[in-house]
Design a protein around this ligand. Sequence first.
Ligand code: FES
Length: 212
Amino acid sequence: MSNTYYPAIARRRSRRDFLKLMAAAGTVMTFTPFVDWGKFLPNNRTSVSERTKIEIRGGEAANVHTFPANSSEVVIYPKSDDPVLNKEAFRTWQLIRLPNEMGGGINSVSSFRLYSMVCLHLWCLWTYFPRGPDKNDPSKIVGGSGACPCHGSMYDPLTGIAYQGPASLQGPPSNALPRLDLEADTEGDLWILPPTWDLTKNGIVGYGRYVA
Ligand code: FES
């Protein structure tokens, strides 16, 4: 038997193990959109019975008169007294003021959206990519979407519905981001209204929302 025989077997085995692993991962991914993950999620079911003022950047209120169009801020909701809990992805939301072209120029609550940042594909955190000229070709306008860095899912900021990437291939409700309802007070400060964690209302974080 040649000296190269054993290394050759070892190589074949490790390749076979790798292929088996990929097949198993493929099976899991195939069924991911069809499993009712909502029943198993570490979803935040904390009921909040009162409206909550939105705080950004260390306590400043989000206000319709000062929040720039075509921009976003991270909002933690519901906020806990425990700073560790406040780092949970399932409490992380993205407040977006729409670009002017999408109605963001109006000083009212209609210019804003607040979506869960947990991507509906495999739970990476997406973020808002502002609308503007392409760096390489300024004649082209790009952005104005929620973009997930992991596998490229893109979300429409108007509706929270995935329109590109793997999240867009998932059926409802797992193609639309959970969304919180907002209102503005007389000063223009934004508040979150008490949510209903239900697929037909505000949705279930990490799982989705039915869009009427
Ligand atoms: S986790 Fe966002 S696209 Fe896969």
